[in-house]
Design a protein around this ligand. Structure first.
Ligand SMILES: [Zn+2]
Length: 338
């Protein structure tokens, strides 16, 4: 089997790897229908997160169950399933509180940019669709696996409420789907912060009511203007830099909430400054598993089309071009066909 392996900065190779097989009795083996490249894959690709050894890449996946371990009871061969980047037993206390990405049995998935994938804790991690999906639905279901689930968590963590104003910082795939989530959760006004015309267009399709092109303090000033000097009720931080985090905190009204899902890189918060903002902060690795059944339902019924974030589709053996296109911001998100 051939899959994507990252060797170092901008050195991604499509090379022979051992085919995954059942190791633990709770495992499942999937034949992937589609996989993709995540914005977070760009951190090690760009050398911002160091790569200690050649690393199989990819953690977004959906496909057909080929085989399950002896202890797997709810997932069966032949089903079409979706899972998250974090495995979970879905039974421990953290899982039952809805924080499956902090499961006591959590493993972070990797190696999904390949035709076949092993998923630990299959019963707690995977959710099956009602039947086999039509081919055109697969990009929408793949988006549920991470980017939609993460954008959704950003909106929930930011406490988006019907009739309220939400701001989304970040116009990557997660931010764009944060716009969709905020709208679905009933926000009356959704302000997307983006300076890229193609991304602004998609943000509008997903329900953005306003676009702000300014960044940093100027961006905050613009949000204040649009909210009569008050600030936003809910702000979704979908980048993970110092600038984006401060932009999110300062765009929030006193008593409002920031939901942050951008993996922080060099973010430092000053206690005193935070103290006087009166802002709630909640975030972290999204517990996508909590949202999978509902989000699959929204896709299945045709109410949402989150797969629109895939603006480049390539065969898996061209994975290196997929990374380049995202790195150079020629593509929002690359879907790979095994
Ligand atoms: Zn658990």
């Amino acid at each position: 089997m051939k899959g994507a392996v990252l060797y170092g900065p901008r050195d991604i190779r499509f090379e022979e790897r051992d085919a995954p097989r059942i190791i633990a009795p709770t495992d499942a083996i999937l034949r992937l229908s589609a996989t993709c490249i995540c914005g977070s894959d760009l951190w090690p690709y760009r050398g911002i997160s160091p790569v200690a050894e050649p690393s199989p890449m990819g953690h977004e996946y959906c496909g057909i169950v080929e085989e399950v371990g002896k202890a797997v009871t709810s997932i069966r061969p032949g089903q079409f399933v979706i899972g998250s980047f974090a495995t979970s037993d879905n039974t421990c206390p953290h899982c039952r509180y809805g924080y499956q990405s902090s499961c006591v049995h959590r493993e972070f998935m990797s190696g999904a940019q390949a035709p076949v994938l092993r998923v630990p804790h299959a019963d707690g991690t995977l959710v099956a669709t009602p039947e086999l999906p039509p081919a055109e639905m697969i990009p929408n279901l793949l988006a549920v696996s991470d980017v939609l689930g993460t954008g959704w968590f950003a909106a929930v963590a930011a406490n988006v409420q019907p009739g309220k104003t939400a701001v989304v910082v970040g116009d990557g795939a997660v931010g764009l789907l944060g716009v969709l989530a905020a709208r679905q959760l009933g926000a009356q006004r959704v302000i997307a912060m983006s300076r890229h015309p193609a991304r602004q267009q998609l943000a509008r399709e997903f329900g953005a009511t306003d676009i702000v092109t300014e960044r940093g303090d100027e961006g905050v000033a613009r949000i204040k203007e649009l909210t009569k000097g008050v600030g936003a009720d809910a702000v979704l931080e979908c980048v993970g830099t110092q600038e984006s985090m401060m932009q999110a905190i300062h765009a929030t009204r006193p008593g409002g909430s920031v939901g942050y899902v951008g993996v922080p890189h060099g973010v430092e918060l000053r206690g005193e400054e935070l103290f006087y903002t009166h802002v709630r902060l909640h975030g972290g690795p999204a517990p996508v598993r909590r949202f999978l059944p509902d989000l699959i339902g929204l896709v299945w019924s045709g109410k949402i089309n989150p797969g629109k974030v895939f603006d480049l589709t390539l065969p898996l053996d061209q994975v290196a071009e997929g990374y380049r296109a995202m790195d150079e911001r020629r593509a929002i998100k690359t879907l790979l066909r095994p």
